[in-house]
Write a protein that binds this ligand. Structure first.
Ligand code: ATP
Ligand code: MG
Ligand code: FE
Length: 339
């Protein structure tokens, strides 16, 4: 099964050719980060225009790199949501046009299912499993009882981890996207500035990062008011330690409670060294099988969309061409039901 997958939910225009949901023949990514940096974040209208500019080229490059002719494809997949509506629309329209022109089925795909199935590009998955999703817009613990059957057992009640990283980075004086800067500083710090851990109610798998973010802002402002230079590295390390401790603890508890055979990690924050190191150490000590995709499959890419689309395709086939982009697309509702 050869799937051409398109991803345009945010600020990466990406097209991939994926074989049998696990073998990446090509994965072309055109990032707009440089364009958006000047604005301190992603500007939706600018993102849509950029997608329109490059989508055709990226599709052509994905086909030529893979050495695949359109007739050889089984289906065309596209991120249907969630994401920025204007950005999603560019990918959806492109996918529909190709499906129609080439006479191929269309597979609408969920963006977070894509992030999760990035793990399938690394290794065969075992079920039931547990995924810790840590991206720019999502922080969730997702349980899969069977292939393609998603249940969100915990989610953030306010900011996503990546969002908190970006806001903290900005307060510490670093440009968008700030996550990597905070990560680097955290490793350079001699000592951690002590910040709270937010556990919420006992037993809860939910997260909250906005209080922590406020604590960082307060620490920065208090130093400034005293005429001191804030201990930027110490604060970064304190912030990272707090985030990582809570994420790791809840993920490991979820693995135990749900008898998960594997813990999967995904999303852009999976590139975080502190989080990776802590998870590797903890899962190693507890005998939990852990998968962490390489960085290129952690941030937005179309290969992961091809991997998730394959699962949907095998169980349910394609969907009608009148499907629409859905900025609030639900992961649980996208679950495979036809077993
Ligand atoms: P979503 O998938 O929820 O729509 P997104 O796809 O835009 O969000 P990603 O591309 O998965 O988000 O991740 C981007 C986020 O990852 C940014 O917030 C960025 O700061 C963060 N990030 C990247 N590298 C690191 C790192 N080393 N440490 C912490 N955060 C990081
Ligand atoms: Mg992005
Ligand atoms: Fe994403």
């Amino acid at each position: 099964v050869l799937i051409l997958a398109i991803e345009t939910s945010c600020d990466e225009t990406s097209v991939a050719i994926v074989k049998d949901g696990c073998e990446v023949l090509s994965n072309i990514i055109s990032s707009q980060i440089e364009t958006h940096r000047a604005f301190g974040g992603v500007v939706p209208e600018v993102a849509s225009r950029k997608h329109v500019e490059v989508i055709t080229l990226v599709i052509e490059e994905a086909l030529s790199t893979a050495g695949i002719r359109p007739q050889e494809l089984t289906a065309v997949a596209v991120t249907q949501g969630p994401g920025l509506v204007g950005a999603l629309l560019v990918g959806v329209v492109a996918a529909k046009s190709l499906a129609l022109a080439w006479g191929k089925p269309l597979i609408g795909t969920h963006h977070i299912a894509g992030h999760i199935y990035a793990n399938r590009l690394v290794r065969e998955l075992k079920y039931p499993n547990m995924t810790l999703v840590v991206s720019g817009g999502h922080t969730e613990l997702v349980h899969m009882e069977r292939e393609g059957e998603f249940r969100i057992i915990g989610r953030t009640r306010d900011d996503a981890v990546g969002e908190a990283y970006d806001k903290v980075a900005r307060a510490l004086g670093f440009p968008y996207p700030g996550g990597p800067h905070v990560d680097r500083l955290a490793h350079e710090a001699e000592e951690a500035f002590v910040l709270p851990r937010v556990w919420l109610e006992p037993g809860s798998y939910d997260f909250s990062f906005s209080g922590l973010k406020s604590a960082v802002l307060n620490a920065v402002n208090q130093s400034k008011m005293k005429g001191l230079t804030p201990d930027v590295a110490g604060i970064a390390r304190g912030f990272q330690e707090s985030v990582v401790e809570v994420l790791v603890e809840k993920a490991v508890r979820a693995v135990r409670e749900y008898n998960a055979g594997q813990l999967l990690l995904c999303g852009g924050v999976a590139a975080n060294r502190g989080l990776r190191e802590a998870l590797i150490r903890r899962c190693g000590a507890e005998g939990i099988e852990l998968i962490i995709p390489p960085p290129v499959y952690c941030t937005d890419n179309a290969a992961m969309i091809g991997a998730a689309a394959y699962v949907k395709w095998r169980h349910e086939g394609g969907i009608p061409l009148d499907m629409v982009a859905d900025p609030g697309f639900s992961l649980e509702k996208w679950s495979v039901t036809a077993y």
